[in-house]
Write a protein that binds this ligand. Structure first.
Ligand SMILES: Nc1ncnc2c1ncn2[C@@H]1O[C@H](COP(=O)(O)OP(=O)(O)OP(=O)(O)O)[C@@H](O)[C@H]1O
Length: 251
């Protein structure tokens, strides 16, 4: 009997490595993400988290070795626009929107480019995405550069979901947010997830990871050092040591 579809991996990373000269930024990393999951990734600065997103999306480079599969089909040799159109979209740590375009125009552009929609469809999809992230109506006509930090996070996520991703990769979305805003972001992630989008979340803010993720993987120096239930993973001595140093962790 075949497995039910929800138990089949939607995104599979197999033995992925990325080198920069002698530096191994991502070292034979393997994991798989089920459809409908929220999968968290943590790790100290420089542990290879963003590089992993870079090689999955091909933005700006592919893996040095290894395979990335979406619904069982290899995507690691595709061009970045083909990967995004296949259904893998990402956000960036730094603002990546068109600063002088309005919030509405930014989301529309993403719907046209990533979602390959007609102008009429893209207009509806953009408005729906802005509704989903609850960006206030009167702010939608503002230039992206005039939005607050939290509103730019709403815009970033609206732009991604307007492209109709199957998997959304969020790279440290809580950076720069206050505690109440992080709580708002958590609600936002759950709303997006409720729309049927599988989510991979890189985050330093552990309470957000614990509140949202069903599975947590921790990287250190490019390699996976722990993976499993979030509340168990964060207590593992090797994870504590990676964040605090062995002496402080009492090892
Ligand atoms: N384009 C590049 N060229 C050379 N080295 C790179 C490049 N991109 C990343 N690196 C190096 O790869 C390692 C992993 O970096 P990466 O940005 O993936 O870490 P990270 O876990 O996302 O860190 P942070 O939490 O600070 O964002 C670092 O040593 C970094 O300096």
């Amino acid at each position: 009997m075949p497995e039910p579809i929800d138990n089949e991996p939607l995104l599979e990373i197999r033995e992925v490595t990325r080198r920069f000269g002698a530096l191994v930024a991502v070292d034979k990393v393997s994991f798989s993400i089920r459809k409908g999951e929220i999968f968290g990734i943590a790790g100290p600065n420089g542990s290879g988290k963003s590089t992993l997103f870079n090689v999955i999306t091909g933005i700006p480079f592919p893996p040095s070795e290894g395979e990335v599969l979406l619904s069982g089909k290899p995507i690691h040799r595709l061009r970045p626009h083909q990967i995004s159109r296949a259904g893998v979209l990402r956000t960036f740590q730094k603002d990546a929107e068109f600063a002088t375009l309005s919030a509405r125009e930014n989301v529309y552009a993403s719907a046209v480019y990533c979602g390959q929609m007609s102008p009429a469809e893209a207009k509806d999809a953009a408005e729906q995405a802005l509704d989903d992230v609850s960006l206030a109506g009167e702010r939608r006509a503002k230039a992206a550069s005039d939005l607050s930090v939290f509103e730019r996070k709403q815009l970033m996520i609206a732009s991604a979901i307007a492209g109709r991703p199957k998997v959304l990769l969020l790279d440290e979305p809580a950076a720069g947010l206050t505690k109440p805003e992080v709580s708002g972001l958590s609600d936002l992630i759950h709303t997006v997830h409720g729309r049927g989008i599988t989510i991979v979340l890189i985050e330093h803010v552990l309470p957000l990871l614990l509140k949202t993720s069903e599975h947590l993987m921790v990287l250190n120096q490019g390699a996976v050092i722990a993976s499993g239930k979030p509340e168990e993973v964060v207590r593992k001595p090797e994870v504590v040591a990676a964040y605090l140093g062995k002496r402080e962790a009492g090892l």
